[in-house]
Design a protein around this ligand. Structure first.
Ligand code: FAD
Length: 558
C-alpha cells in the first residue's frame, strides 16, 4: 500500500522534505499545504527584491506547483491553512482560504514545517499603516509599493539583526535615509560586540543612523503620513516606512493544540530523526528546537540551511533510511555596504552564557590574499577554541573579500570536531590572487597552536582594565604617535634587544603592535630572556574595535 505523506508549510524545510521523499519513494502520495499563495520561494532573496537587486518577482520562485506536479508528482495546495491535527484519526483539518471550505485529509506520516513568524510586540501604535514585517512575497510587495510613493524618503528599521541589516542596505540602495534602532548595545546580536562593531562603523560611514541600547516604546502618526518611532529613552525617529525586524517566533500553535511536546525554548521538540513526541509526526525548520552543536543546549536557530537538511532527514526517516540530523552550529553570513560579516559555532558570549570556561581566543587581521598582489584587503578573524585540547569552538570574521571562504572552512572543521592543530596543517588552494601560502586559516591555527604549546601566552583584552602590568607597544614611533593604547610605552621592535633594561622583570608585560605579528616576535624575544611577556592578539586594530564597541572600561588616566 502506498504511503500518504502530508506536509504543512511548502517552503525551505517542507519543499525539500517533499522532493526528497519522492526521490526515495516513487509510490508515496505526497501533498504539500501552504496557507500563502506560493510554495518554494526564496525568502532569503526578499530584501534584495525590495532593493531592486532582484527586479523580477518571478525570480524568487524556486519551484511552482506545476513543476512540483510535473517533475515530482507532488500535489501542492496553496492558500490552504492547516488548522488542526486530529492525532486520534491521523487526520489534518484544512481551510481552503479561497472558498472557506473545511475538509480533512488522512496521513500515514505528517511533517510540520510551518516556519517562524516575525515578532510584533503589543506596543502602542504597532498596527499603524506604514509599519511592515517581512516574511514572504506578499509582505515584500507591500513594502515595494510603499517605496514607490514619491514622498517616501526616510525609513526606520527596528532591530539590527541579519534581516534588519539586509533591509538597511537595500533601503539605502533605494535612496532612503535609514535609521536602525536596536535595543541591545550592539548590532548582530549573535556575534561578539567587537566583531560586530566594524559593521556598525560601515553603516555609519554610509550615512545610516544607528541607535543602540534603546528599545522601542511605541509608534505615533505624525504629519504627512509619517510615523514617529519613540524609544524608551524618549528619542524620536521619523520614518515614512518602518520595518520591524526584531526576531521571529516559532509557529507552534498547530503542534501545541495537538498536544505535541514543546521544548524549553518554545520550539517543537524533536529527536535526531526530526520526529516529534508523536511517532507519526515529524517537524523541521524554524519551528523546531535544535541542539546547539557546541554548547549542547537546546536552541532556536532560524536558518535556511538547517531547515533544508532537516527536511531531508525527516524524509529519510519516513522512508525508512537511517539518517540523523547532526545539530546546528549557527553558520551565518551577512553583507552590508560592501563589508561581509560571518560566523560559525559559538561566540564568546554564547560560551560564557553556557558556563563554558575552558576556552581561549585569538584575534588576527591577515590579508585575504598575498600582500604583494594588487587589491589586497584584510580580514578581521576571531577564533575560539578549547584550552584543554584545541578543539575549535567558533569563529567570526569580517572583511570586504574572502570572509565566506574562511568561515566555511572553519564551519566544516567544527563539524568534523577538528582542532586548531588541524587548521595549522590545512592544505588550502593558493595562488596570489586567491589566498596566501599561509592562508588566514593556517595563521589562525598557528597562533592558537602556539598558545597551546606554550610558545606564546595570550593577554586578555579585558586585562587592560586592571593596573598590574606593563604595556609595551613595539610599533614604529610614527605609528605609535598616530594612536596607541593609553599608558603604553613605545619600544619599536628593531630597538627591543638594546632597550631591555627599560622593561619590568617583576610584572607581566602585555605586548601590542598593529595587528599582533610584531608583538609575537617581541614576545618570543622577551620570553627567552626571562620576561613574563603576554601577547595582545589582534593588536591596536582589535583594541579599537573593543574600545569603540564599548567593551573596555579603561580607568581614567590610563
Ligand atoms: P518557511 O520557509 O518560513 O516556510 C514556512 C511556510 O509554512 C510558510 O510559507 C507559511 O505560510 C507556511 N505555514 C505556516 N503555518 C501553516 C499552516 N498552519 N498551514 C499551512 N501553511 C502554513 N536564512 C539563511 O540561512 N540565510 C539568509 O540569508 C536568510 N535570509 C532571510 C531573509 C528573510 C527576509 C527571511 C524572512 C528569512 C531569511 N532566512 C535566511 C531564514 C530562512 O528563510 C528560514 O530559516 C527558512 O525559510 C525556514 O524554513 P521553514 O521551512 O522552517 O519555514
Amino acid at each position: 500500500m502506498s504511503k500518504r505523506i502530508l506536509i504543512v508549510g511548502g517552503v525551505a524545510g517542507g519543499a525539500s522534505c517533499a522532493a526528497r521523499a519522492r526521490r526515495l519513494d516513487e509510490n508515496a502520495e505526497i501533498i504539500l499545504f501552504d496557507r500563502g499563495p506560493h510554495v518554494s520561494f526564496a525568502n532569503c532573496g526578499l530584501p534584495y527584491y525590495i532593493g531592486n537587486v532582484i527586479p523580477e518577482e518571478s525570480k524568487l520562485i524556486v519551484a511552482d506547483p506545476k513543476l512540483f506536479q510535473e517533475r515530482f508528482n507532488i500535489q501542492t495546495r496553496v492558500k490552504s491553512d492547516v488548522i488542526a491535527i486530529h492525532r486520534e484519526t491521523s487526520e489534518i483539518e484544512v481551510r481552503d482560504l479561497e472558498t472557506g471550505r473545511l475538509y480533512r485529509e488522512k496521513y500515514d506520516a505528517l511533517v510540520l514545517s510551518p516556519g517562524a513568524a516575525p515578532v510584533r510586540p503589543p506596543l502602542p501604535g504597532i498596527d499603524l499603516p506604514g509599519i511592515y514585517t517581512l516574511r514572504n512575497i506578499p509582505d515584500s510587495q507591500k513594502i515595494r509599493q510603499a517605496l514607490e510613493r514619491k514622498d517616501v524618503t526616510r525609513a526606520v528599521i527596528v532591530g539590527g539583526g541579519f534581516i534588519g541589516l539586509e533591509m538597511a542596505e537595500n533601503l539605502v540602495r533605494r535612496g532612503l535615509h535609514v535609521t536602525i534602532v536596536e535595543m541591545l548595545g550592539q548590532l548582530l546580536p549573535p556575534l561578539d560586540p567587537e566583531m560586530a562593531y566594524p559593521i556598525q562603523k560601515r553603516l555609519c560611514d554610509g550615512g545610516v543612523n544607528v541607535s543602540l541600547g534603546d528599545g522601542v516604546a511605541g509608534f505615533e502618526p505624525i504629519t504627512g503620513g509619517r510615523i514617529a518611532v519613540q524609544t524608551k529613552s524618549g528619542a524620536l525617529h521619523e520614518g515614512d516606512v518602518v520595518i520591524l525586524s526584531i526576531g521571529v517566533r516559532p509557529e507552534t500553535s498547530l503542534a501545541k493544540s495537538a498536544g505535541l511536546e514543546i521544548g524549553e525554548r518554545g520550539g517543537i521538540r524533536v529527536n535526531p530523526q526530526m520526529q516529534t513526541s508523536d511517532a507519526k509526526i515529524w517537524a523541521v525548520g524554524d519551528a523546531v528546537e535544535v541542539r546547539d552543536a557546541i554548547t549542547g543546549q537546546w536552541a532556536l536557530i532560524p536558518l535556511a540551511g538547517p531547515a533544508n537538511r532537516q527536511g531531508r532527514a525527516a524524509a529519510d526517516a519516513i522512508c525508512g533510511r537511517d539518517s540523523t540530523f547532526r545539530g546546528v552550529q549557527g553558520t551565518a553570513i551577512c553583507g552590508v555596504l560592501g563589508l561581509t560579516v560571518a560566523m560559525t559555532g559559538a561566540s564568546e558570549k554564547a560560551l560564557k552564557r553556557a558556563g563554558i570556561s575552558d576556552y581561549e581566543k585569538v584575534h588576527l587581521h591577515p590579508n585575504q590574499h598575498a600582500g604583494y598582489f594588487p587589491g589586497v584587503k584584510s580580514i578581521g578573524l576571531k577564533l575560539l577554541f578549547r584550552k584543554s585540547d584545541g578543539r575549535i569552538l567558533g569563529a567570526q570574521a569580517y572583511g570586504e573579500e574572502g570572509v565566506d571562504k574562511r568561515i566555511d572552512v572553519i564551519a566544516m572543521a567544527i563539524q568534523k570536531e577538528s582542532t586548531v592543530f588541524d587548521l595549522e596543517e590545512a592544505e588550502l588552494c593558493y595562488a596570489p590572487q586567491y589566498g596566501a601560502a599561509k592562508d588566514p586559516i593556517n595563521l589562525a591555527g598557528m597562533i592558537a597552536a602556539n598558545i597551546l604549546r606554550g610558545e606564546m601566552e595570550p593577554a586578555s583584552w579585558e586585562a587592560l582594565e586592571g593596573n598590574g602590568f606593563q604595556l609595551l607597544d613595539v610599533r614604529d614611533a610614527e605609528d605609535f604617535a598616530q594612536g596607541h593604547i593609553p599608558r603604553a610605552q613605545n619600544i619599536p621592535l628593531p630597538e627591543l634587544r638594546q632597550r631591555l633594561g627599560e622593561i619590568a622583570k617583576d610584572k607581566d608585560v602585555c605586548v601590542c603592535c598593529g595587528i599582533g605579528q610584531r608583538a609575537y616576535y617581541a614576545c618570543r624575544i622577551l620570553r627567552q630572556r626571562g620576561f613574563r611577556a603576554l601577547h595582545l592578539s589582534g593588536g591596536y586594530k582589535t583594541f579599537l574595535s573593543y574600545r569603540d564597541a564599548g567593551c573596555l572600561k579603561l580607568k581614567t588616566g590610563q
